[in-house]
Design a protein around this ligand. Structure first.
Ligand code: PGA
Length: 253
């Protein structure tokens, strides 16, 4: 059966003490409410990975990076590599987030090389795809997602692609308070799964968790997660509040 997953993307928020406090608040909420069968991954800023992973290990959740370098190692001042993350016990990494594509010029080619590096070092990629508003309005959203998936993942074999978590994040829904409707999310998730089935076979497509991201919150998570092809969420803003985040974690029926 596919894993149910809720991942929190803290983005570039919180100073050290606030980050540590939030981590402990999440631990308290988890201790009180449990997480059921859901896999929980928190992605704090990279400078807090060590602090966070120590806490996560003791409390049954996992830590992911928000980003890492497209290169394996070497003279790349300021960069953090997949190998370094692996050596610190980091299990997951977000790859291809729309903010990386928009503000840091990450192309499908760069993103594909990051997917390869993550898999090389045993880090589970949380691969993000999503269309911008103009593309949806022009009814190009399915083509956009097909292209993004094929550029980043189609070079992989069946075994490798089975390791990947996909997050569908319509760019117009990220941080805007405008969520995709439950029907829009299900429609796109089913489309993504059908593309995966065509390329890698039905068995593989049924194993891959597809998360929804974009203004998912404690109020709408239950409806979104009730869809057959929505296996959880990648949560930005609402992951900065422990009560809301753990409510979302427990929003599966
Ligand atoms: P949001 O962000 O939940 O704040 O819309 C989601 C994301 O960017 O992963």
């Amino acid at each position: 059966m596919r894993k149910r997953i809720v991942a929190g993307n803290w983005k570039m928020n919180k100073n050290f003490q606030d980050a540590e406090d939030l981590m402990f608040e999440i631990v308290d909420e988890i201790t009180e409410n449990g997480i059921g069968e859901t896999e929980v991954i928190i992605c704090p800023p990279s400078v807090y990975l060590e602090m966070s992973s120590d806490i996560a290990v003791e409390n049954g959740f996992m830590i992911g990076a928000q980003n890492f370098s497209q290169w394996d190692s070497g003279a790349y001042t300021g960069e953090v590599s997949a190998s370094m993350l692996h050596s610190m016990g980091i299990s997951h990494a977000i790859i291809g987030h729309s903010e990386r594509r928009t503000y840091f010029g990450e192309t499908d080619k760069i993103i594909a090389s990051k997917v390869d590096l993550a898999l090389k070092y045993g880090i589970t990629p949380i691969y993000c795809c999503g269309e911008v508003l103009a593309e949806r309005k022009a009814e190009k959203h399915f083509d956009v997602i097909r292209t993004q998936l094929s550029e980043a993942l189609f070079h992989l074999g069946k075994e490798a692609v089975s390791q990947v978590i996909i997050a569908y994040e319509p760019v117009w829904a990220i941080g805007t308070g405008v969520t995709a409707s439950s029907a829009q999310a299900q429609e796109m998730h089913a489309f993504i799964r059908s593309i995966l089935a065509d390329k890698f076979g039905d068995d593989v497509s049924q194993e891959i968790s597809i998360l929804y991201g974009g203004s998912c919150n404690a109020q709408n998570a239950e409806e979104l997660f009730a869809n057959t092809d929505v296996d959880g969420g990648l949560i930005g803003g609402a992951s900065l509040k422990a009560v809301d985040f753990v409510t979302i974690v427990n929003s599966f029926k």
